[in-house]
Ligand binder design. Structure first.
Ligand code: MSP
Length: 640
């Protein structure tokens, strides 16, 4: 049986700017898809690179008094460094200044020329250097570049040029688009492109004579090839055209070109027509994703609203950033970037949901089984419900990924994580530890098998975290070598494996609150000593068992708005406490806090939820603050 292959690309980036988080968006999505395909058993070619020619680069280099190559070299190195920090698993990084690419572009030009689809004529029109785009007089808006993201002045260009017969292929392209519904995605962008083609295609000017920084036209050395004709060809160079027949046969046509919406026109009109002129098959899908915006506008250096991904990685780590990009934005639409939203995702989804699931499961395993995962006994309904959900999540995750609904695929994994957390609450291992050891073994096994599945599912999303979990779970190798079909049958986790309790997977990030102003002590608080309670003796006080506890999970009470349901660690024990603090604290603010509880209070059900203790808080008027030890004290410590 021949090997399944998958070929995908990001655009190649201009090294005229520093990369910002908008660029990281395209590349992170592509990386998750590449990893997903590898883990689904495909041999993958994931291509990215840099687009180094053209007038824009030549001018910038001149401004700096260096050669174009001297100008781009360090920038390209910084791209590679960013991709290393973000864990981008590209298979080929192509620079358009490489000799292998120059040869391919010249050969492409020659073949299309020989076919008669390139001809020489005179170009007279407008050129936008920042966009490296030719415009007709009628397309300009107020005499400026009509690209909504640009709007900068254009230059009148009159020169002898080579032209590519785009117009000849318009009908064939329309037919291809119609008969291949997967070719342009999402649907809305297809309609835009079809309308553009129907409005009439002009032949495209593909050579310039007024500057030198480009690949020479092979039949006329005074001309350099238009930078987009050069750049689009990178996909063929990288796939091995004219150099590696076997690689090319394996990987072409590409399965997916992932591009931002503003460069769809190049990828779904010029590019397929170049391929038609070369008698090569067209890529299966060009997906035009939306932009990462900041306050409604596309991030771009010219607007001065860019966010540096390196700073974010240094502050929060690569995986939280990857997670945010993959989860937060509905793939295809524009999405807003904000630090607050990133921190919120980190604290709620990563520290709270995922981190705590691993942490509390491991703490219980340590306490009940000395960290060795036990053999499960007979499964009960609650376990089977979780197993069924895990299978459903796997199926949906694959369907969503296959269909490029990336954020939905990610959300599925968190459905499983939430279900596993709920499973702990419902099965209450801390009660089973006292009443039913056999059942406890099944519950603990079920949890660790679920954690194994979660580690595999997050492999494409957060590769470093997945491997960290994998090794804490005592499993060997890398998650990247796992295959999703290994999750199809329940029970792949080997009982008897020793698990390690590590530091939290994701430390919580404290949000600096803007309204930190101190509220003066209210007169009410100052005066209330007069309503002192009845005097007690030291023996009365000694009856209270006050303990230090750590909040490991917090969520709203299902039946009462003012209550929160907390899971707290008290020494070796995990307990549930229901507290009336919902008006003062958000659940995600509480995770990780060390508090003081009355540990020997008789358990009671509060609106249907068991509460095994009470937390201490100070209050005055409508203010409330939790009592916490002033220094770090391990949970379980006595408060005297
Ligand atoms: N060099 C061309 C591509 C040639 S491909 C044959 C180019 N380069 S670019 O550096 O300007 O942009 C590369 C990619 O980054 C584009 O897909 C673009 O949409 C994407 N992004 C740039 N800013 C972005 C956001 N703010 N948000 C999302 N993607 C963004 O175009």
């Amino acid at each position: 049986m021949s090997e399944k292959t998958y070929c995908l690309s990001t655009p190649i980036y201009y090294p005229s700017d520093k990369l910002h988080i908008g660029h990281s968006y395209t590349t992170t999505i592509a990386d998750a898809i590449a990893r997903y395909r590898r883990m689904s058993g495909y041999k993958v070619l994931f291509m990215t690179g840099s687009d180094e020619h053209g007038q824009k680069i030549e001018r910038k280099a001149k401004e700096k008094g260096v050669t174009p190559l001297e100008y781009v070299d360090p920038i390209v190195d910084s791209f590679k460094e960013l991709w290393r920090m973000l864990n981008i698993s590209y298979d080929d990084f192509i620079r358009t200044t490489e000799p292998r690419h120059q040869k391919v572009v010249q050969e492409i030009f020659r073949r299309i020329w020989e076919k008669g689809d390139i001809y020489k004529s005179e170009y007279e029109g407008w050129y936008c250097t920042p966009c490296e785009t030719f415009w007709l007089e009628r397309q300009l808006i107020d005499g400026k570049c009509p690209n909504p993201d640009c709007g900068r002045p254009v230059e009148l260009t009159k020169e002898e040029s080579y032209f590519f017969r785009l117009s000849k292929y318009a009908d064939r392209l329309l037919e291809h688009i119609e008969t291949h519904p997967e070719f342009i995605r999402p649907e809305s962008r297809k309609n835009e492109m079809v309308a553009f083609i129907k409005s009439g295609l002009e032949d495209l000017c593909i050579s310039r004579t007024t500057f030198d920084w480009g690949i020479p036209v092979p039949i006329d050395e005074g001309h350099v090839i238009y930078v987009w004709f050069d750049a689009l060809s990178n996909y063929l160079t990288s796939a091995g055209l004219f150099q590696d027949e076997e690689r090319f046969a394996q990987f072409w046509p590409a399965d997916l070109h992932l591009v931002g919406k503003e460069i769809m026109r190049f990828h779904t009109i010029i590019w397929p027509i170049m391929l038609m002129a070369l008698d090569l098959p067209l890529p299966k899908t060009v997906f035009g994703h939306g932009w990462l915006v900041l306050d409604g506008g596309k991030m771009s250096k010219s607007k001065g609203n860019v966010i540096d991904p390196i700073e974010l990685i240094n502050e929060f780590g690569a995986d939280p950033l990857r997670y945010f990009l993959l989860r937060e934005i509905s793939f295809g639409s524009d999405g807003n970037f904000s630090r607050e939203a990133l921190i919120k995702r980190l604290n709620a989804d990563l520290a709270n949901d995922l981190g705590n699931l691993l942490h509390r499961s491991t703490a219980m395993l340590g306490k009940y089984y000395d960290f060795i995962v036990p053999e499960p006994g007979a499964y009960q309904e609650l376990d089977l419900k979780l197993q069924t959900l895990a299978r459903e999540v796997l199926d949906n995750y694959r369907t969503y990924f296959d269909n490029l609904e990336i954020n939905d695929a990610v959300a599925e994994v968190w459905r499983l994580i939430a279900a596993a957390n709920k499973y702990i609450d419902e099965s209450a291992p801390w009660v089973l530890a006292k009443t039913d050891r056999e059942r406890l073994a099944t519950v603990m096994y079920t949890l660790f098998e679920t954690l194994r599945q979660v580690a595999v599912l997050i492999g494409p999303l957060m590769p470093a975290t997945a491997d960290k979990m994998w090794s804490l779970l005592g499993l060997s190798g890398s998650v990247q070598d796992c295959r999703f079909n290994q999750l199809e049958a329940w029970g792949g986790y080997p009982a008897g494996t020793k698990v390690t309790q590590g530091p939290p997977l994701f430390p919580r990030v404290e949000v600096e609150s803007a309204d930190k102003e101190e509220t003066p002590v209210t007169t009410e608080a100052a005066q209330t000593l007069s309503d002192l309670k009845e005097e007690i003796t030291i023996d009365d006080f000694a009856k209270l068992d006050l303990r230090v506890a750590k909040i490991i999970k917090a969520e709203p009470h299902p039946n009462a708005d003012r209550l929160l349901k907390l899971q707290v660690q008290v020494g070796p024990e995990e307990r549930q406490i229901v507290a009336g603090i919902a008006e003062h604290y958000k659940p995600e603010e509480l995770i990780g806090k060390t508090i003081v509880i009355v540990a020997n209070l008789k358990p009671a059900k509060l609106r249907g939820e068991i509460s095994q203790g009470m937390l201490l808080a100070a209050s005055a008027g409508d203010q409330l603050a939790l009592i916490t030890p002033e220094k770090e004290i391990p949970s379980g410590g006595r408060v005297k």
